[in-house]
Ligand binder design. Sequence first.
Ligand code: HEM
Length: 583
Amino acid sequence: MDTNGTTTGSLVPPTSIIRSPAMFWIIVSSIPILAIWWWTDYRWRISEGEPPLVPFKIPWLGHGLDFMNDINGFAEWVRSVHPTSEAATIQIAGQHLYLIFDTKLASQIYRRSQTFIFDPFILQTSQILGANKQDMKKLTEGAQVVSPAPAAEDSGSRILHDLHALTPQHLTGKSLDRLTDYFINVICADIDKRFPKKDDENYAWETMDLCEFVKSTWCHASITALFGTNIYEIWPGIEKWLWAFDKEFQKMFTQMPRAVMPKPYALLDEGQEMCEKWEAEALAAEERGEIGGDPDWDKYWGLRFVRLRDEYLRKSGLSTKFRAGNQVVFIWGLNANAIPIAMQTITRAVLSPPLLASLITEIRAASTSSSTFDLKGITTSPLFRSVYLESLRWATASPSPRVVRQDTQLGPYHLKKGNMAMVHSRTLQMDEATWCIPGKPESHPSKFWAERFLDGDSETEKVRVEENAEAESNYSSDIKASHPVAKPLKPKQHEVVGAKSKEMQARMLALRPFGGGTTLCPGRHFATNEIMGGLAALLLRLEIEVDEDALAKNGSPLPDLSKQGGLFPDRGLICRVRRRKGV
Ligand code: HEM
């Protein structure tokens, strides 16, 4: 300002030590260059021993946009930049993320659950799901984090650990059998409703999109098996909501405000409102004495596990909104991966008439009457297992992230505290060196080869279980060490048996649809029953033929890579369907 109080137009303050305008402008214009140098070349260069850094252009943000927009395509590109490296470093929002390409390093990450931790992601998700300050305080108590808050009061409760330990015991054994029975019964009832039995058995062909039929039938069966039937009465639009939420949910992890992305928040609001209502009605039914004793399933809560889980959340003093958010994510997780894989398995079976015929032969061998079958006979059939595992390999892209809790050595690399490490299953599942068998062009990983797992797949689960047992034991010791009186629920340890051939082990370690370690998907047994058992129920009841004209016009469905986890077929499959005679 001049002495009259008006601006002079000059940006150089009269008292500044930089009296020359030229010097001022040189300094001002060099600030961005200095900043870029600071962020790219100095501030964010990799430390000694970190995996090679993939070049990036945008300071600080690094590869953030590419990673968020298309994680599958991005991971494939990173692999092509470092085709022989066991891992690579990428930069996302000022942090390093180590993408792991080597199966043995991936296994190490899963086993070392005290160093490669998952709780930070659960806490972040909880915040997104509407956990309030009190909820967050409770959830954070004893959680595995990089830098714990200084001397917060510790009551000894370990909510994240207890919830984690509660799940697997209810998704195995008798509870799993009950869940599966319910699921298969609903599938059969829905098929019977859609294709009713007639006395004259004169069934006409109907043309339909098989993918859509499987999507809605499997969804209805799995939601009611786990969450009861009342949820459909309260929320008839649950399926429409589910698939809309599935498209939007990942966006919430950018933590942009509601005003910037109203759609995901609106869907979350709807889910929470409905789940609050669902819980309130179940509690009211309990009050009225409608849910007597300790039933293994009831129409309000669904499976006993869901009732006990909700009871645990209430007893832990977590808010109604957070509890509802927790159910929203459970409903989503229950369906978002398993349903696309059911669609993939069924469409691949139907697309190959010889394979379809062989599967029907297997079903007949496991039949106990004209319309029933022994599930064990199906899930242990080598052909059924092979088709299922190949569907998982071909059509999942499960990113399994961990936070590095302290500076640590992983194989040849030195990983830095606070960064992230991620096993991206698809990169391993599409690795030519692992999957191609010389002289067998059909074994190329880009191809769906139904017979790929005919030999020796039984070892797959054993390796997962072995990793899981080690990870659980590390996790449990870690949690116990954090508080002298904390009594975390003891996770069930699984037995490990069997030897592994070297070649087979490499393939098994490269098949990672269900993640690994402590967070190895506890729903995988139910998913297996849903997909293989559901396929058997479907083929036992219905004759299905692909509409060749529609196929020629639309092309054969491929995995839609725009999503993560279970990948949907990227288009429908028009089929002619009718009820089988004699069923
Ligand atoms: C083909 C179907 C499925 C696939 C591909 C799948 C995949 C996954 C993956 C990748 C994880 C995270 C693992 C990690 O980062 O290490 C996970 C966790 C989980 N899944 Fe699944 N899942 C499937 C089906 C199911 C089903 C049907 C349920 C429920 C009945 C379920 C319940 C869960 C739960 C509760 C977790 C969290 C475990 C924890 O944090 O302790 N999943 N799943």
